[in-house]
Design a protein around this ligand. Structure first.
Ligand SMILES: Nc1ncnc2c1ncn2[C@@H]1O[C@H](COP(=O)(O)OP(=O)(O)O)[C@@H](O)[C@H]1O
Ligand SMILES: [Mg+2]
Length: 287
């Protein structure tokens, strides 16, 4: 059955392995940035810890006497205010670290590899958070519309966002901008990622989705990003295309259908251990 339909081989295929490899490679590249991201709030907490310890020491000194003088009371009030401020900063720092860890967990979640009704904005936001360090010199504009949940493999769709955003960042000089627009268009959702970078020469536009096509200096795994994106999007019954005005930037437009081919609906609505027969039913429905 499968060999009759190579272009519709479902999700249980080597693509998943390739996507995982690509995700691991991307995460590897991002580790340095993430370490930096976590180090900043951690450093703040650490130095605040010293300040808190000194504040406590002063309070203990003041309270060591039987009698607290009026001028000492002022000092106590000052210390209490300072401690309050420090705790606020620490709250923010802890929140920031928690957010980073949770985004990282969402992005690489193993139990999230199945089909789901996904909130694409959530996926875009967690991808942006993971890329925060890389994207810092670029302004990111979000023009989010109203989106319903989309039946998809969120992990794979996040990989598409990651690859497109990384490419946009790599093409865009510091000070440029990346705009992410989302909208519902009838029975589909549209996500558009535009950058103000170098753009793509018209002669190359038709080749960028080819596996191995790259204009970057050869490094392992290069030239696969867009090929993987396109495969993922094809498997979702969606479309991905690029447009560019060389010198002024590029726009990648992703469409994902809200009504999935029957097989994907199967995995959304039924238990994952569906039978081969239901695969076949689904196949015959689509053909
Ligand atoms: N946003 C973009 N702006 C300009 N060129 C791009 C953009 N995205 C992709 N490209 C071009 O497409 C090529 C292929 O991209 P990709 O498949 O992600 O591989 P890689 O990033 O490893 O080169 C890139 O080398 C680059 O020339
Ligand atoms: Mg790339």
């Amino acid at each position: 059955m499968r060999s009759d339909a190579p272009a519709d081989a479902g999700f249980d295929d080597p693509l998943a392995d390739r996507v995982n490899e690509a995700r691991l490679a991307t995460l590897g590249l991002l580790v340095a940035g993430l370490v930096h991201e976590i180090n900043t709030p951690l450093g703040a907490i650490n130095s605040n810890h010293d300040v808190l310890r000194r504040a406590l020491g002063k309070l203990q000194d003041i309270l060591a006497d039987e009698v607290v003088e009026p001028h000492e009371l002022d000092e106590v009030r000052r210390i209490v205010r300072a401690v309050d401020g420090i705790l606020r900063v620490n709250d923010l720092a802890v929140e920031r670290m928690r957010g980073l860890v949770s985004n990282l967990r969402n992005f690489g979640r193993i139990d999230g590899s199945g089909t789901d009704m996904a909130d694409l904005h959530e996926g875009i936001d967690s991808t942006l958070a993971i890329l925060a360090h890389e994207l810092r010199p670029i302004s990111v504009v979000k023009e989010f519309g109203e989106l319903p949940r989309v039946p998809c493999r969120p992990q794979q769709v996040n990989q598409v966002f990651m690859n497109l955003l990384m490419n946009a960042r790599q093409a865009t000089p510091d000070g440029g901008s990346i705009t992410i627009r989302t909208a519902r268009l009838g029975d589909a959702v549209q996500v558009q990622i535009s950058d103000t970078g170098a753009g793509i020469p018209s002669g190359q536009l038709g080749r960028i989705f080819e596996p191995g096509f790259t204009t970057r200096d050869g490094r392992i795994g290069m030239g696969l990003g867009l090929a993987i994106c396109r495969q993922i999007v094809d498997r979702h019954g969606g479309r991905l295309h690029a447009a560019s005005e060389p010198g002024r930037g590029a726009t990648f437009t992703l469409h994902l259908p809200l009504v999935q081919p029957p097989r994907i609906e199967e995995t959304v609505q039924r238990s994952p251990d569906r039978t081969e027969a239901s695969h076949d039913e689904a196949n015959s429905d689509t053909r």
